[in-house]
Design a protein around this ligand. Structure first.
Ligand SMILES: Nc1ncnc2c1ncn2[C@@H]1O[C@H](COP(=O)(O)OP(=O)(O)O)[C@@H](O)[C@H]1O
Ligand SMILES: [Mg+2]
Length: 256
């Protein structure tokens, strides 16, 4: 079992998008047992991005009330299990995010046959973000190709290193290949991290949020879905199984 936190210095760079798409691809294409946890409890989006409309039991209940893990699972049609956080402000009362690690340990113990637990973390390195980092064994960093965002991630890397979280590498998201972007070499020099994935900017991202289905569901054969698939393949260390001809032909229609 691998517990991977998805980390960024700045918000809005694509953490939740990456968690949702990687989770769906790992579960549906690679047939892995996957649990996705929304650890961004103050501004939770994972449930919304994945079309989970009704979630009476959330991560908040697991941390605060010791609720049953199985009650907080929402099974996405891809097979990925999702643990959303509560959208209600009052559910933050009395919640200490540093108790997250105990909850993640409980999930690991009770669902020990899980292959991947992905933690969608809060940005930066405040209490909420640190809670996610210290609950994981490996960190997947994500940034956009702009200087200020990359400067922010350097600090996160130092914090994660201090917490003994191993680095999986860096995703550069929303690449437009304009001259204002830093090059991969420049990004690697500044962060001292290998860039393991470049994800293109796509207008499908807005559509996907609007219809509450991640890009790999609404556009499974698009460039960005393929880029997420390559990233999943790199994480798993296996080649992505080839899609059947009939799936490719009908894949232009929504799958779930
Ligand atoms: N590759 C991309 N191309 C275009 N827009 C993207 C891409 N990835 C994410 N976005 C958009 O950027 C916004 C922030 O993404 P999100 O995943 O919520 O970031 P975070 O979780 O880091 O705050 C969302 O509106 C999302 O649709
Ligand atoms: Mg997010």
């Amino acid at each position: 079992m691998r517990v991977i936190s998805i980390i960024s210095g700045k918000g809005g760079v694509g953490k939740t998008t990456a968690v949702a798409n990687l989770g769906i691809i790992l579960a549906s294409k690679f047939k892995k047992k996957v649990i996705l946890v929304d650890c961004n409890i103050t501004t939770p989006h994972l449930g919304l991005y994945m079309g989970i409309h009704h979630h009476p039991v959330t991560l908040n209940n697991l941390i605060k009330d010791g609720a049953d893990v199985s009650d907080a699972f929402y099974i996405h049609p891809s097979g990925a299990k999702v643990i959303p956080s509560s959208l209600s402000l009052t559910d933050l009362d009395g919640l200490d995010m540093l108790d997250l690690k105990k909850t993640v340990d409980r999930i690991k113990k009770e669902y020990s046959d899980t292959d991947y637990i992905l933690l969608d973390c809060a940005p930066g390195f405040g209490r909420e973000a640190i809670a996610g980092m210290r609950s994981s064994d490996e960190a997947l960093y994500i940034t956009t190709p702009y200087f200020s965002v990359i400067v922010d991630i350097v600090k996160c890397v130092r914090v994660a290193e201090d917490l003994d979280v191993a680095s999986l590498g860096l995703i550069v998201n929303m690449k437009k290949n304009t001259k204002h972007e830093l090059t991969q070499q420049e990004i690697e020099n500044i962060t001292e991290l290998p860039v393991i994935s470049s994800i293109s900017f796509t207008h499908d991202a807005c559509k996907s949020i609007h219809v509450r289905r991640p890009i790999s569901v609404v556009k499974p054969y698009s460039k960005v879905s393929k880029q997420f698939e390559m990233l999943a393949s790199m994480i798993v260390g296996e080649e992505a199984p080839k899609s059947k001809y009939v799936d490719r032909v009908f894949g232009k229609f929504d799958r779930y």
